[in-house]
Write a protein that binds this ligand. Structure first.
Ligand code: ADP
Ligand code: MG
Length: 412
């Protein structure tokens, strides 16, 4: 069966639109899974004095959840809803964050015309001007309490704020908003293993802050992304293909979108509307070329070598296949088994200890981060998106094959 050229091109465009490996989701209809996190956020917004913090690894879908809050909350806010979402960067201070927040909010007050014939009009209130230069938590609370509809203030990439005083003041703000039960919900979003990492030493706000942890996605959630995407084209996918994408993605939705999109395009290229496992296999090399530039260059830096026997690519692959704890860390001893399997002979820690160290230094990255004490070091990938990429490279370079990772997935 073949698909006429014009139709195939139109379908390919639809596939491109159905998957978004590079951008956060911004519509409820494209958002998959995460029911528990949605419930937790809705709880926080509907309880007076409650605020929320969304935390988790990079790339798990925190911004996407924050983006759809507007769609989720509108139906349950009878007095109207205003959502102001801002991104932090390293230069931000307490006052620059609130200037951005209030710059996003448009509120109007009625202005009466002079004389009988002139209709009343509306005038925009400049909240940033109202804020002035001296910004304090009380001041922010006061302005927020003047606004009639429910306000949700989302402060994304909160982990990038360097200034400790800014974090303290934000914690104080949450506390004061909670104490005065202002109709406003602050949602902090950041990359962190735990909430303490994001608002160190400010656990006095604990009571007022709903902790919403975003773990990696379950297999069901990753399946939902692909099925939703393909339905909109419309195309279908066979079960083993669906499961293979899920396995390769390791719960990171970026790879689900990337492999979903590229496999569907491979399938169309072969004249089919049903994605098969061979399409996923063929899409692996496409995915390697289309990965984010930062990932490509970090992989290259870590593994480049003029000599074959240096084994950097193999050790990095063994790291990507090592068993990890709940925070993504592995020990050198966890690398031994996958390394021996990749090399098809026994390898012990001294044979790759130097490689692990180099991966933590500037010469080869750092691509791994190290924690703990000497002889008990634990490692993890600095960027979680690197780990599936290394496995894809391993498959493309024939260092491992599919049965190998299937077997490993079963034992972990
Ligand atoms: N619930 C979801 N459903 C579908 N795609 C998602 C979902 N969450 C995240 N994604 C996709 O995953 C990628 C990373 O999401 P993003 O929200 O930017 O993560 P984070 O903010 O945690 O780094 C994006 O390509 C986004 O489209
Ligand atoms: Mg984000």
């Amino acid at each position: 069966m073949t698909i006429p050229n014009d139709e195939r091109i139109a379908l390919e465009m639809k596939v491109n639109l159905a998957f978004s490996p590079a951008a956060p989701i911004d519509q409820r209809s494209l958002f998959a899974g995460r029911l528990q996190q949605i419930t937790e956020i809705m709880d926080a917004v509907t309880q007076r004095g409650q605020h929320a913090i969304i935390f988790g690894e990079r790339g798990v879908g925190k911004t996407s959840l924050a983006n759809i809050l507007n769609d989720l909350l509108k139906p349950i806010c009878p007095r109207g809803l205003i959502v102001s979402k801002v991104n932090c960067d390293v230069t931000d201070t307490y006052s620059s964050i609130w200037k951005k927040v209030f710059g996003e909010i448009q509120v109007f007050h009625p202005k009466r015309g002079i004389g009988y014939s002139v209709k009343p009009s509306k005038e925009r209130i400049d909240l940033v001007q109202l804020l002035g230069d001296e910004v304090s938590p009380d001041h922010v609370r006061h302005i927020l309490s003047l606004i009639e509809p429910h306000i949700v203030v989302i402060i994304d990439e909160f982990d990038r704020v360097q200034n400790e005083n800014t974090r303290t003041l934000l914690a104080d703000t949450i506390k004061t908003l909670s104490d005065y039960t202002v109709q406003c919900t602050v949602v902090l979003v950041g990359v962190a293993d735990s909430v303490d990492g994001l608002i160190r030493e400010h656990l006095s706000v604990d009571r007022a802050l709903m902790q919403v942890h975003m773990p990696r996605m379950s297999a069901e959630e990753t399946h939902e992304i692909i099925e939703k995407g393909l339905q909109s084209v419309p195309m279908q996918i066979q079960n083993d293909a669906l499961e293979y994408i899920s396995l390769l993605s390791q719960g990171l939705p970026h790879y689900v979108h990337l492999l979903g999109q590229l496999s569907a395009r491979r399938s169309l290229g072969s004249g089919r509307r049903t994605v098969q496992k061979d399409d996923v296999k063929a899409a692996i090399s496409d995915a390697i070329h289309k990965a984010q530039q930062s990932i490509l260059s970090a992989y290259h830096k870590a593994t480049m070598s003029t000599r074959r026997e240096t084994l950097y690519a193999q050790v990095l692959l063994a790291c990507a296949l090592a068993k990890v704890d709940s925070l993504g860390y592995f020990a050198a001893s966890d690398v031994r088994d996958p390394m021996s399997q990749i090399m098809k002979r026994h390898y012990d820690i001294p044979a790759f200890a130097r490689h692990l160290n180099d991966f933590c230094e500037a010469v080869r990255g750092p691509i791994l981060q190290k924690t703990g004490i000497r002889r008990r070091f634990r490692f993890r990938f600095l960027n979680p998106l690197m780990q599936p990429y290394v496995v894809l490279q391993g498959l493309a370079l024939n260092m491992i094959d599919e049965p190998f990772i299937q077997a490993l997935a079963k034992t972990s």
